[in-house]
Design a protein around this ligand. Sequence first.
Ligand SMILES: *[C@@H]1O[C@H](CO)[C@@H](O)[C@H](O)[C@H]1NC(C)=O
Ligand SMILES: *[C@@H]1O[C@H](CO)[C@@H](O)[C@H](O)[C@H]1NC(C)=O
Ligand SMILES: *[C@@H]1O[C@H](CO)[C@@H](O)[C@H](O)[C@H]1NC(C)=O
Ligand SMILES: *[C@@H]1O[C@H](CO)[C@@H](O)[C@H](O)[C@H]1NC(C)=O
Ligand SMILES: *[C@@H]1O[C@H](CO)[C@@H](O)[C@H](O)[C@H]1NC(C)=O
Ligand SMILES: *[C@@H]1O[C@H](CO)[C@@H](O)[C@H](O)[C@H]1NC(C)=O
Length: 436
Amino acid sequence: MPGLVSCPGGLIVIGLLLLLCSSSVNTQSEIWTNEDVQYGRLGSNVTLLCRDALDRTSVEWRLNRSSVLPWQHRVTSDGRLVLVHAERAAEGNYSCHDEQGLLIQTTRLRLGYPPGLLSISCLVPNHSLVLCSWVESVKTHLPALYHTSYRGNKSQVRMCVVSSPPQQQCTITDPTMWQLYHYINVTETNPLGSQTTIIQVKFHELLQPDPPEAVTAVGMVGYPMRLQVYWTYPASWLHDAVPFPLRFQLRYRPVGFSTWSTVESKASTLLITDALAGHAHQLQVRAQDEINPDSRWSEWSPLLQTWPWSDSEDDGGSLGVVIFLALFAVIIIALLSSLFVLMWVRQWRRDNVTRQELTSMLKMKSCISEPRLAHPLSPYRAPPLHQAIPPLAVCSIHNTLPTTSQESHHPANNPSGVSAWPGRCLPIDRHDGPTD
Ligand SMILES: *[C@@H]1O[C@H](CO)[C@@H](O)[C@H](O)[C@H]1NC(C)=O
Ligand SMILES: *[C@@H]1O[C@H](CO)[C@@H](O)[C@H](O)[C@H]1NC(C)=O
Ligand SMILES: *[C@@H]1O[C@H](CO)[C@@H](O)[C@H](O)[C@H]1NC(C)=O
Ligand SMILES: *[C@@H]1O[C@H](CO)[C@@H](O)[C@H](O)[C@H]1NC(C)=O
Ligand SMILES: *[C@@H]1O[C@H](CO)[C@@H](O)[C@H](O)[C@H]1NC(C)=O
Ligand SMILES: *[C@@H]1O[C@H](CO)[C@@H](O)[C@H](O)[C@H]1NC(C)=O
C-alpha cells in the first residue's frame, strides 16, 4: 500500500532556487549548482530571466549562439523570455544580449517533469540482507536524488543505504526480520519537486534463497531406473555462523514429457528410483527456508539433462572387447606365421647342414677305416667345426670304462685323441645318425 507525500513544484521557472519539500535532504543541491542551469516543466510556459537586464528597455535572446529562436516565444517588456508550452526541442543554451549585442548572461535550459510515484520491490536472499530497488513511474528526464529509510511497525526509522549512481537500489543489512511488517520509504527529489513512496512489506514472506548450486546427477551401474542427484546450498545462504536449514524440491521428467515428477528432501541429495530406463532426463532443484513456510521457493536451478545407467553402455563395451579380440587374433596369427616361417627356414638350414655332415661323413667313410682324417698330409679338408667333432658326431663310445692299457692307447681305437677315456670308438651306421 503505497503512501504519498507530494510536493509539486508548480512554478513556471525553478531556476537555481530549488523549491523542495521541507523534509528533503540537504545534500541534493550539489548535483545541479555546478552549472548555470535552469529547469522547466515540459509542456508549460517556461520563463527565462535576464537578471542583469531587468532595467533595460530591450534585450535580444539567442539559442545556441543563433539569434533565430525556433520555439514559439515572447519577450516581455522587462526582458524576460517566455517559451510557450515548451517541449524538449526547446532545450539548449540561451543567452541574452544588450542593444550592442554584448552578452549579458548565459543559461542552459533543461526540461522535464517532477518525480512521480516509484514502483518499489524488495528481495531478501538471506536472513541478513534486504535489497530494495525501484523504477520511475514517470520519466522525468532530470537528475534526481533518493533518500531511503525503513522501519518496522514497532521500531524506529533505520537506514537503507542507497547504491552509488544510478541510485536505483538500496541495501538493508541485518534487517529486523522478526517483525511482522516493515515500511520502506523512498523519497525522490529533482529540481522540479519531490515525491515520497512508502510500501509495506513482510520480510519473512519475501525471503527467497538463491537456487541450489552445483546440481549433478549420476546413474547407478546396474540400475537403469535410478539417478542419484546431488547439489549444494546456494553460496549466498552460507555466511551465517550457523546457516538456516533449507528444504529442497527436485523435479524431473524424461525428455519430451510435459509433466514433472516432484520429490522433496531436507538433505542435499536424492535418489530417483523410477526413472524411465534408457531415456535422457531433465531435472531441476529449488530451495526454501525450512522453518519458514511463508517464505518463497527459490527459482529452479538451471535445467540439467542426464541419463540413467543402461545396458547400451555395456553393448558398447562388448563391441570394444570383440574388436580387441579380433585385433589380438590377427596379431597372434601374424606372430605364429612368422614364427613358422622362421622355424621352417631354420629347419631348412639345419637339413642342409645335416646333409653336408652326412656327405662329409660319407666322404670320411668311418673314423676307423679312414685314418687319413688325422693325417696332416690328408688331401681331405673337413670344415674346422667338423674337424673337432667327428668322434662325437659319427662315433659312439661303447665302453666308457677303461679295459686294458694296451687297448686304451691303441692308436686305432682312439685315432682323433679327443676322448680322454680309453673307450672304443666305433663307426656308427648311417641310419643311426644323430636326429633332431
Ligand atoms: C502559456 O502562454 C500562452 C500564450 O501566451 C497562453 O495562452 C497560455 O494561457 C499560457 N498558459 C499558462 C498555463 O500560463
Ligand atoms: C552550452 O553551454 C555549456 C556550458 O554552459 C557548453 O559546455 C555547451 O557546449 C554549450 N552547448 C552549445 C550547443 O552551445
Ligand atoms: C542547442 O544545443 C543543445 C545541446 O547543447 C541541443 O540539444 C539542442 O537541440 C540545440 N537546439 C537547437 C535549436 O539547435
Ligand atoms: C504491528 O503490526 C501488527 C500487525 O498489524 C499489529 O498487530 C501490531 O499491533 C503492530 N504493532 C505496532 C506497535 O503498531
Ligand atoms: C519518509 O521519508 C521522508 C524523507 O526522509 C520523511 O520526510 C517522511 O516522514 C517518511 N515517511 C514515513 C512514513 O516514514
Ligand atoms: C546474503 O547474501 C548476500 C548476497 O548474495 C551475500 O553477500 C551475503 O554474504 C549473504 N549473507 C549471509 C549471512 O548469508
